[in-house]
Design a protein around this ligand. Structure first.
Ligand code: XLS
Ligand code: CA
Ligand code: CA
Length: 440
């Protein structure tokens, strides 16, 4: 079997003092942090679409990176991609991967033919998984790139398009089960609208829920015991995407009785497009019992679109891992690098350098989050800030004992509220975060 990255060794952990570019400074897979090894806490995954397929093509220019894997024939290329992906995962000590059906194998005319070719690639992935112990984190169906999905898939005005997407999803869930994946993602790229002048929003949302219900029922019937995820994103490619943010998606899931089967796959760059922080989205998911999986990347504060950059922001990674640890860690989910090297970072080496950057950032974030929790000052500050709810009138409100009449009486007797107002101390807390993070 060909080696695709002859000049890249297996990436060792050398610690923060190392200046070897092809070494981890913080990601030490077997080191125990917060009761588990780093590889168990972080559950890193490779994204097939960016890493194996994304060649830097954008609307202003053609690709800059060669992602043909030495094959011009698409069936041979699909197999070469599997070999190259497993080599990357091995060299980077990444245990999981994620794919869209069409990343593994493209469309070949009829659906039957497409499925048959996909089966071959899936069988090869299974063989490689058995040889290496690598696992599928989640699978999904690419129901947004083909022209038939121009008006959506599950929310298309055409019942035929709905049926086609249902057939595609049925196959994608079968491949996920075949490969032992414990997650299946719905990302509604074109499930939204450009204008309400041509849109029956209510029917579209009912239909989306119908498609999800059918998928859950079928998947459970063939033995899928993992989690379904919705991946919120407010816009792009549609002007308005229905799965706007975590709170919106939770409302949708509860309305349609899908809340027991679905959790969230939260992407950092989608959070910021929705005008939220990454941590906000994770907190909403955790507080409501929908914490599931993460697409680890970052956007650019100066750009208003989904740049899918490798995550190198230590604050965001720390606050993300703080939420993950507080949620009790990952179960079926993990950290998928839905990230691509910049168009100018086009060499084979850049694949490794960008993953090393992202993995080290999250390893650093994990360690800093663990320190933040054991340091305890921030958690204690928050606890004290809400202490008025543990006794007296606060406790009576929470227990349901206090009525509006009681509160009026209390406020009239007490007069203006001054003595229980205290500083929010934002700057002090940010400084504690710096101290924990940098400690230099
Ligand atoms: C696109 C999404 C997509 C999902 C999977 O913005 O991030 O790649 O993660 O369909
Ligand atoms: Ca994503
Ligand atoms: Ca994205």
């Amino acid at each position: 079997m060909a080696e695709y990255f002859e000049n890249i060794p297996k990436i060792p952990f050398e610690g923060p003092k190392s200046d070897n570019l092809l070494a981890f400074k913080y990601y030490n897979p077997d080191e125990i942090v917060n009761g588990k090894t780093m590889r168990e806490q972080l559950k890193f995954a490779l994204s097939w679409w960016h890493t194996m397929g994304g060649d830097g093509t954008d609307m202003f220019g053609v690709g800059t990176a060669d992602k043909t894997w030495g094959e011009s024939d698409s069936e041979k290329r699909a197999i070469a991609k599997v070999d190259a992906a497993f080599e990357i995962m091995d060299k980077l000590s990444i245990d999981y991967y994620c794919y869209h059906d069409r990343d593994l194998s493209p469309e070949y005319g009829s659906l039957a033919q497409t499925n048959e070719k996909l089966d071959k690639v899936v069988a090869y992935c299974k063989e490689k998984q058995e040889q290496t112990g690598k696992k599928l984190l989640w699978g999904t169906a690419k129901c947004f790139d083909h022209p038939r999905y121009m008006h959506g898939a599950g929310t298309s005005p055409s019942a035929d398009v709905f049926a086609y997407s249902a057939a595609q999803i049925k196959k994608a869930i079968e491949t996920t089960v075949e490969l032992g994946g414990n997650g299946y993602v719905f990302w509604g790229g074109r499930e939204g609208y450009e204008t309400l002048l041509n849109t029956n929003m209510s029917l579209e949302l009912d239909n989306m829920a119908r498609l999800m219900r059918m998928t859950v029922d079928y998947a459970r019937s063939i033995g899928f015991t993992g989690d379904f995820y919705i991946e919120p994103k407010p816009k792009e490619p549609t002007k308005h995407q229905y799965d706007f943010d975590t709170a919106t998606v939770i409302g949708f899931l509860r309305k349609y009785g899908l809340d027991n089967d679905f959790k969230m796959n939260i992407e950092a760059n989608h959070a910021t497009l929705a005008q939220h922080t990454f941590q906000h989205e994770l907190r909403v998911a955790r507080d409501n019992g929908f914490f599931g999986s993460i697409d680890a990347n970052q956007g650019d504060v100066l750009l208003g679109w989904d740049t899918d950059q490798f995550p190198t922001n230590a604050y965001d990674a720390t606050l993300c891992m703080y939420e993950v640890l507080k949620a009790g860690g990952f179960t079926n989910g993990g950290l998928n690098f839905d990230a691509k090297a910049r168009r100018g970072s086009f060499t084979k080496e850049d694949i490794f350098l960008s993953y090393i950057a992202g993995m080290d950032t999250f390893a650093m974030g994990l360690k800093a989050a663990d320190k933040l929790i054991s340091d305890g000052r921030i958690d204690k500050f928050v606890e004290d800030r809400y202490s008025s709810w543990t006794t007296g009138i606060g406790a009576d409100i929470i227990s349901g004992k206090a009525t509006l009449n009681d509160l009026e009486k209390y406020a009239l007797e007490k007069g203006e509220v001054t003595d229980s107002l205290s500083s929010g101390r934002q700057e002090m807390l940010e400084s504690i975060l710096n101290q924990v993070l940098f400690n230099i």
